[in-house]
Ligand binder design. Sequence first.
Ligand code: NAD
Length: 273
Amino acid sequence: METVTLNNGMEMPLLGFGTYQLDENATAAAVLAALKTGYRLIDTAQYYGNEQTVGQAIRQSGIGRDQLFITTKTPLSGYAEAKAGVDDSLMACGVDYLDLMLIHWPVPNFMETYEALEDTVKEGKVRALGLSNFNAAQVQRVLDEARVKPVLDQVETHLLWQQAKLHAYLTEHDLVHQAWSPLGQGTPAILNSPALLALGAKYHKTPAQVALRFLIEEGVAVIPKAQHLAHLKENLAVFDFQLTEEERAQLRQADQRRSVEGWPQSMQVEADY
Ligand code: NAD
């Protein structure tokens, strides 16, 4: 698994396993299968209600804690609430520390939440902090006021919404750009894209693999979700081929600045600058 070095020196897998809205009964099996297949980063969230199940799968896998990278997210506003939330996540996941804690979206008074998270880093409960769904102005506010620099911003990013401007901003400030919904939630507009199909035929890869490979080569970390074992394996097998600069330039043209999640227009405008 290739990794990226975060601005605090930690190594993070470039590709991880997303767990949002996995079928409730299948979550443990899917996460266990992902770990057995070679995934080492698991992306969960307090909001997903599956931290406990993820924790069970991690223990069942028998993989050493130091080999794993666990990301979770807080949606809580306020110092006390956010701080207690970290303890709840630790308890639910059944671990002594979390590798990465994100603020799930720009909650009201997000600097209060961030201060609480900074204190959990000081206490050794969390190794790194990050943001999710923050636009550049919001990230800048955190950079201006933080004691612990965030390591990344996780935002909706895929072929149809490539977030080029945000990517440039994050890169300039030494934050990693991590893509949620890197396959556009499996939308046919991506999985049946003629450009991806053509490149897939050339490299003996599927459109999903080309879509993930494109993001990785653009310097974006990805956390695809998959329920089926075949998809789960397929999504990991993206480190044995390389697109040309011309092919990447062609795929950049596919950007429609379009959310597949259906962010309200106001959010989309705010998040896309
Ligand atoms: P995704 O883009 O990863 O798409 C997943 C879907 O694509 C699957 O359900 C399946 O239908 C299909 N798929 C997966 N692999 C495939 C393959 N190889 N071939 C064909 N189809 C395939 O969508 P996602 O789950 O929304 O996003 C990934 C992860 O990002 C989530 O699970 C979650 O962990 C995270 N996320 C974070 C936020 C946030 O606000 N921070 C929001 C949404 C998702």
